[in-house]
Design a protein around this ligand. Structure first.
Ligand code: FES
Length: 282
């Protein structure tokens, strides 16, 4: 039966690993693509990235970060042996697989799980890949896997402020991220920077990268609903044109992205999402 959960484990704070039987996805997925998961009847559709897969055995690994009602419900209510209602995909364009040279591939928070398959494939293609993961101390994931997959993996962690409600001290992560990127770009010559993470952090990193004039690709994840170019929810302005992240992306030239618009749109539903989560937790 498709979509049976074969394995589920908490691999770090708020980070849940699901290995799921999804043969049609496992057979075709390429690094950089995503799926839309509907875990529950009448439930929300959420985009997630296959992190690993086995084409012969027909499974994929998805890692969720608990940040809203659906990811929390999945963490609380699903167990191995249960079935996910539906997984659509693979969707989106695969990451460009070329010899770029020396690449800095950055993941902020759980963004690193999307970096992993792309960085691994780039390294296998003969690129020299450095991955940088910046996150809160208890949220480190895929450290061993990245150390094995790429030329060099750098991990930078920030403590969680015990006086604040997690995860509210995100500015400290942004600061560490931009400082480390600047340090690396000053010391070494990179041919390309790639990043996955919140739009605000991507823009902060882009502002550093552009000082050095290095090409940068950004994997964008605006709000998505259908994932097939029909609903318009994921629209972004790139190079002055309206694009849909789900069918034109998710990877775009960071120099062409309208970051202000993207960041403003990303926050539209934050209050509703928080209310939905609080109601669920009652
Ligand atoms: Fe609907 Fe992209 S998610 S158009």
């Amino acid at each position: 039966m498709p979509y049976k959960i074969l394995e589920k484990k908490e691999i770090a704070m708020r980070n849940i690993w699901y290995r799921i039987h999804a043969p049609h996805v496992a057979k075709k997925v390429q690094p950089g693509q995503f799926v839309i998961v509907r875990a529950f009847k009448n439930g929300e559709r959420i985009p997630l990235t296959p992190v690993m897969w086995d084409r012969d055995e027909g499974w994929i690994v998805l890692i969720t970060f608990i940040r809203g009602r659906t990811t929390m419900r999945m963490a609380n209510e699903l167990k191995p042996g249960d079935e996910i209602l539906n997984i659509a995909g693979p969707l989106g364009n695969p990451a460009e697989m070329e010899k770029f040279g020396k690449i800095l591939a950055i993941g902020a928070y759980t963004g690193i799980v999307e970096v992993y398959p792309i960085a691994k494939a780039w390294q296998e293609l003969g690129n020299d890949v450095t991955t940088l993961h910046v996150t809160f101390e208890p949220m480190v994931v895929l450290k061993d896997e990245l150390e094995e997959a790429v030329g060099r993996h750098i991990l930078e962690t920030v403590p969680i402020d015990p006086n604040l409600d997690f995860p509210t001290n995100m500015k400290n992560v942004t600061k560490r991220l931009t400082e480390k990127v600047r340090e690396l770009l000053e010391k070494e010559e990179y041919d390309m920077v790639f990043m996955v993470g919140p739009a605000g952090d991507q823009r902060a990193v882009f502002n550093v990268v552009k000082e050095f004039g290095i090409p940068m690709k950004s994997d964008l994840h605006p709000i998505m609903v259908d994932g097939t170019g029909m609903c318009g929810a994921c629209r972004v302005t790139v190079g002055g044109e309206v694009k849909f992240a789900c069918i034109d992306g998710p990877e775009f030239d960071a120099y062409q992205v309208n970051w202000d618009e993207l960041i403003a749109r990303s926050g539209y539903y934050t209050d509703m999402e928080q209310r939905a989560m609080q109601e669920y937790m009652k």
